[in-house]
Design a protein around this ligand. Structure first.
Ligand code: ATP
Length: 325
């Protein structure tokens, strides 16, 4: 009921009479009044004017299920949404839901993570109430060998959404980080369960630092938030929605060829490593070279003084030679 009420008030953008709401939902005036009060308690500012009805004036920065459902504009992402005030990791939960039979497109969202994960067993700092932690679960009919490219698809989506909302540049540090002014605002962690020729499920976890005012000392050199970079606070649900709308667009392009051929140009246009000298921190054989963009399979092209190398995403990190980017 609260979700439906919110959706109607949101779409109307103006006063909606109590009578109309009663008729629409087939409930009493008291039930509407109760629903409105619950929304107010949750932080929604709703004006009630006699003979006019109710009008949504402002929304809280909330990631609750009703907020996410009422703001939803995506076609298939988030058909099922699971919201948790606190969770160990949204990726872990999404994998569990996949195994329980939930469909691709299911979204897990949390206000806080106790065990947020980064790549290679590293952790993702996940404080409460100021960032976005979300995981999309997919059950695509694709070759498992092509799954790692989805990290780059998600990176394109986040970078486009952040640029659209803030009007500022938000580049991609290959393969999976989004950066503003050389610091990281977002990390992406893709995990897969597959047979050799069949994908059981893929989860794409995205952490975005939105309204954070500071970071723990260990990561303060490389981490930043939209607030710290722009001086403005952003509504997290609106950003989240924008990310998934963008994702649907880029994912459709990926599915056409099951690679990034249609997206290479755009990815390279936002690649902060482009034409930079990078250190490739390959555990077997670290090396340096000039980054020349990505291949249609999402590998980073690195020219060393003696040869051209293609670096696969996965177990490798790249760094600028003077620092993080
Ligand atoms: P790299 O940035 O070294 O290439 P990566 O892409 O492999 O790393 P991720 O898995 O995206 O790294 O993220 C984990 C790392 O990011 C952590 O080891 C830490 O250094 C940093 N980090 C952790 N939490 C945050 C955060 N909230 N914001 C920005 N950076 C973070």
């Amino acid at each position: 009921m609260r979700t439906e009420l919110l959706t109607v008030l949101r779409e109307a953008g103006d006063y909606v009479s109590g009578q109309d709401l009663c008729e629409k939902f087939g409930v009493s005036r008291t039930a509407i009044w109760k629903g409105i009060n619950q929304l107010k308690e949750a932080g929604y500012e709703i004006e009630a004017v006699q003979n006019k009805g109710y009008k949504l004036v402002s929304v809280p920065d909330s990631l609750s299920e009703e907020e996410l459902k009422s703001i939803r504009r995506t076609e298939w992402v988030g058909e099922e949404i699971f919201y948790f005030p606190v969770i160990d990791s949204t990726n872990t939960k999404a994998k569990q839901l996949a195994e329980e039979g939930y469909p691709g497109g299911t979204l897990v969202v949390a206000e806080q993570q106790d065990a947020g994960k980064g790549r290679r067993g590293r952790s993702w700092e996940s404080p409460r109430g100021m960032s976005i932690y979300m995981t999309l679960m997919l059950k695509p009919e694709i070759d498992p060998n092509n799954a790692s490219m989805l990290t780059l698809v998600a990176a394109l989506a986040v970078s486009a959404a952040v640029r659209k909302l803030t009007g500022r540049p938000a580049g991609i540090k290959w393969p999976n980080d989004i950066v503003m002014n050389g610091k990281k605002i977002c990390g992406i962690l893709t995990e897969m369960s597959a047979q050799f020729d069949y994908v059981n499920h893929i989860v794409i976890g995205i952490g975005i630092n939105v309204n954070n005012e500071s970071f723990p000392e260990e990561i303060a050199q490389m981490a930043t938030s939209l607030y710290l970079e722009t001086g403005e606070r952003y509504n997290r649900a609106a950003l989240m929605e924008e990310v998934w709308e963008q994702f649907e667009h880029y994912y459709a392009a990926f599915l056409k060829t099951e690679d990034l051929s249609g997206l290479v140009k755009e990815y390279n246009a936002h690649l902060v490593n482009m034409h930079q000298i990078v250190s490739v921190l390959d555990p077997k054989e670290p090396f340096e070279g000039k980054a020349m963009g990505i291949t249609p399979r999402g590998e980073l092209i690195v020219d060393t003084w003696e040869s051209r190398k293609l670096v696969s995403a996965g177990e490798v990190s790249v760094r600028g030679i003077y620092g993080y980017v």
